[in-house]
Design a protein around this ligand. Sequence first.
Ligand SMILES: [Zn+2]
Length: 437
Amino acid sequence: MPQLPDSNAMLNPTSLSGAIDAKRADLIELTRDLIRIPTRNPPGDCYRDICDFLDKRLSHHGFETKLIRAHETPGDSDKYPRWNIVARREGARSGDCVHFNSHTDVVEVGRGWTMDPFGGAEKDGKIYGRGACDMKGGLAASIIACEAFIETHPDFAGAIEISGTADEESGGYGGVAYLAEEGYFDPARVQHVIIPEPLNKDRICLGHRGGWWAEIETRGEIAHGSMPFLGDCAVRHMGAVLSEFEDKLFPAMAARHTDMPVVPDGARQSTMNINSIHGGQPEFAPGDTSLPAHCVPDSCRIVIDRRFLLEEPLDQVRSEVTDLLEGLKANRTDFEYELTELNAVLPSMTDRDAPVVRTVAKAIEDVMGKPPEYVASPGTYDQKHIDRIGKLKNCIAYGPGILELAHKPDEYVGIDDMVDSAKVMGRALETLLLPQD
Ligand SMILES: [Zn+2]
């Protein structure tokens, strides 16, 4: 783990803070420009466009850039290539490298918007759009922080990196996971990572819960719907699975609490979402006026999304579900099932004493005048790949925006929040990259 210099000297913070204030209009325009590139995922639209945009911007500010396509990762195709950018600015002498990682993708728009989701409108001190808070506002704030820092302290030591990565919203395999596999997060080249996800400007996010996703299929036998006794209804079997979950699994999870500082409070325990359910004939397309054929369904599938705690081993999370299914198989006539694991992500937590945590905590105190709140995220984000694949533990999420607005209609980011968090990021760079003598 890299050494943390003592931050006794104030290192002339007012000039950097002033430089960031002077870039307020630039920060606003940059955020709006980023929102106007509709990087929807799925399918993974405009990844190259946003990388080209960032390439132009960061090259202009002295960064050396690399555009990296994550070939053959999930969703990568010639139509929807998974493009990433890593930009690096070397300092005047050797030292640590501080890396800001933002995902460039945004989730689908959904219903309920009153603003243009890709218009980037500015109104009452806020910028609106899909991805405004999650996380183009954070990306813009980190870029402004780095540019202001470089202008204020051109003689800085070490290096600064900014990456814009694909597919975080779908697991990060074509983004940070790929870069980590390629060595970009090797602790020998990067020592501190800040991910400007929308966790609020006065909170440090140390990590996240784990996730386990699986599909369960129950099997039956097709027959005429007027004589269901001649078949075997897979949906009724799934009903039995769901009752087991209601009677046993949900109460067991609700009783299990964590020492992780997960927010909101409801997520400070194990949870499970039933993501989807489908049994029988395919759903009709909207507008199709056909009537259903009368059949007993021979298959029913659900997808479960189980979020688990640092205190719960993944094996236990799995066996808790499979034990219930095996119990049904032993006791329920003709019960057949298949479970397919779709994905598993272990929980991740950075130590509170890690250099990047202590540095950003001090920076929040300097800028906001009060100590930070430490939190952990209910959902996973790219820290998992930096931790597990990159083996780099000195990583946090810190950025502007209100977590609860992520993925919602009329998503926005507050301009003052972006400015304040840019000052915190800049202050952290001063602590980590300026000679301390
Ligand atoms: Zn995000």
